[in-house]
Design a protein around this ligand. Structure first.
Ligand code: AMP
Length: 282
């Protein structure tokens, strides 16, 4: 496994190793790797000759007052996990090389970027789309692996790939959870014991939505109200949003009459957690 910090160098090496018959899988991450990331990496390993994992805590996707500085960066552990998972290249740039002085080009996926998480985190998805576009240009993967955990991000990146004609296939991998239901996230380490326990209410609320649907409820606001009641039983939980939306435009659905995404963001203290599930209508 090689660790490469320079975009030009990585680009040169990948062009040389893969030639015309490109078969490169890319897994973009911010590090602090867990089994969620590893499921993406393993899938990439199964399906490609060359696997590249990027580790970059992207300043452009953090807002003022967010956790950019304290975001966990257990680099040695991350590298060991990548090595053990059979990764070929870890791309480990710093912010200066990605956004040098004078940097002024950003990718904005309009509309989608202002909804759900985008409403509470202005500029976040502009930062995400920009770094992913840069990674696609630097690495030139044939397949890009993303997690369903960040459902809105996956939808936005798919849109960008289509709109800007990036020659890459996007694969979305299912959410990996702990045994008790909590979706794995690098931010879970911020939770104290009580918050960690209370956070189980998120996956429970999503299961509740599914069982209400199974029981025949189609009215989104009824489902959302029941989810809200459940989450609000936890004193520390502050709901940012609960939404039932369509899978492409992220538009709110009033009556469930097609596949949809049930998505939520809830804060426990300063820690904002997101989770989601898909309801299959058919
Ligand atoms: P991050 O390091 O948080 O930017 O995540 C990097 C990639 O891993 C993104 O595509 C995430 O959606 C994905 N990911 C994060 N957590 C999980 C999880 N629990 N299950 C599946 N994929 C995940």
């Amino acid at each position: 496994m090689r660790v490469i910090r320079n975009p030009r160098k990585l680009n040169r090496i990948l062009e040389r190793t893969s030639g015309n018959r490109k078969n490169i899988g890319l897994v973009p991450t911010m590090g602090a790797l867990h089994l969620g990331h590893l499921s993406l990496i393993k899938q990439a390993r199964r399906e490609n000759n060359t696997v590249v994992v990027s580790i970059f805590v992207n300043p452009a996707q953090f807002g003022a007052g967010e956790d950019l500085k304290k975001y966990p960066r257990p680099l040695n552990r991350d590298l060991a996990l990548c090595r053990a998972a059979g990764v070929d290249f870890v791309f480990l740039p710093n912010a200066k090389i990605i956004y040098p002085r004078g940097y002024s080009t950003f990718v904005n996926v309009e509309g989608l970027s202002n909804l759900l998480c985008g409403a509470a985190r202005p500029g976040h998805f502009r930062g995400v789309a920009t770094i992913v576009a840069k990674l696609l240009n630097i690495i030139g993967p044939s397949v890009l692996y993303l997690g369903q955990k960040d459902a809105q991000q996956a939808i936005i990146i798919k849109r960008m790939v289509e709109d800007l004609n990036f020659p890459v296939k996007v694969k979305i991998m299912p959410i990996v959870r702990q045994k008790d239901g909590l979706a794995l996230s690098s931010r879970n380490v911020y939770l104290n014991k009580k918050q960690r326990f209370d956070a189980l209410v998120l996956s429970k609320a999503l299961s509740l939505a599914k069982s209400l649907f199974k029981a025949g409820v189609r009215d989104s606001s009824r489902i959302i109200n029941r989810m809200r009641q459940l989450i609000n039983r936890k004193k520390q939980a502050k709901i940012d949003y609960l939404a039932i939306v369509d899978l492409e435009k992220l538009e709110k659905i009033k009556k469930i009459d097609r596949n949809c995404l049930v998505a939520l963001a809830v804060k426990f203290g300063n820690t904002r957690l997101i989770d989601n599930t898909v309801i299959n209508y058919a």
